[in-house]
Design a protein around this ligand. Sequence first.
Ligand SMILES: [Zn+2]
Ligand SMILES: [Zn+2]
Length: 359
Amino acid sequence: MRAVGAILRDPAKPFTIEEFELADPGPGEVLVRVVGVGLCHTDLLLRDRPALPLPMVFGHEGSGVVEAVGPGVRRIAPGDHVVLSYDSCGWCGQCQAGSSAYCDEFTARNLTGTRPDGTTGARDLAGGPLAARWFGQSSFATHALATERNVVPVDPALPLALLGPLACGIQTGVGSVLNSLRVPPGAGIAVFGVGTVGLAAVMAARIAGADEIVAVDLHPRRLALALELGATRAVDGAEPELAAAVGQVDHTLDTTGVPEVMHTAIAVLRPRGSCGLVGGGSGQLTVRPQLLAGRMLRYLIEGEAVPHQFIPRLIGLWKQGRLPFDRLVRSYPLTAVNEAERDAADGTAIKPVLLPGSP
Ligand SMILES: [Zn+2]
Ligand SMILES: [Zn+2]
């Protein structure tokens, strides 16, 4: 079939909107008509690390309606409303233990742009190869091929176009606090960087009953929103004595990936505290071992969440008004993908959501 997608051909150039050929769903696959897709930092990885096969269709926070299913698909049917999350194999030891974020095939299934066997199911109109399996979906497009395993059915009564960000950014922030750091009632937490993941972490810390929730960022508008969403204190990230300004806390989450900030996130921990890192930066973190005395440090993938279990929970929290993630969303037509990227970079938009179905 013909689909239309935002294609990246050169890491130094804007996305181009192009038609491309998408194969019928193969064994275990589903074809989804995408109605909304969030723009996440990881979609822009290539801007600094041009190591992946181009051209590629990015997009890994999709939501849409199933149009067709391939051989062997039993649990998903045409017409189902679904959220498209990260893919995993379901068979390795990590998947069997409920830790699919650490699946042995995580990289092969999510970060290469191809199926595990190296094919993609897509070609550009000149017949050239097109990587279109980013996070098992490549949803910056009108249609995406996903797998039965990485689509999560949702209630058709919900506003489907809004739900994509639950698949990565919101899941990562909330999961890091509730599943990984397991912040208990009464605890103190500092969140470094309050974009989508950090703001989701702030909302989760309030859900967890944390007494002190410190938000750290360089953008005053993001800090103001963090205070509205549950932060008890906001700290300017440019503060020269940042550790002193934050004070001691039990838990920290770094979403910036900046080595100095990650170091501060460890330095402010009380003994027996824990620090989670989710920032995808390429810098090196150097820590004097004694700084970690009695403290835990862990790099966290996807909030260590199992999408089929966690996304329904996130929807439940949103319906109760405890996770108003829709306040972070700003919508754009798919054709405005470059404007959405600019707005995300300069802080105008916290979570752009592209709407491939609207003109
Ligand atoms: Zn696995
Ligand atoms: Zn993401």
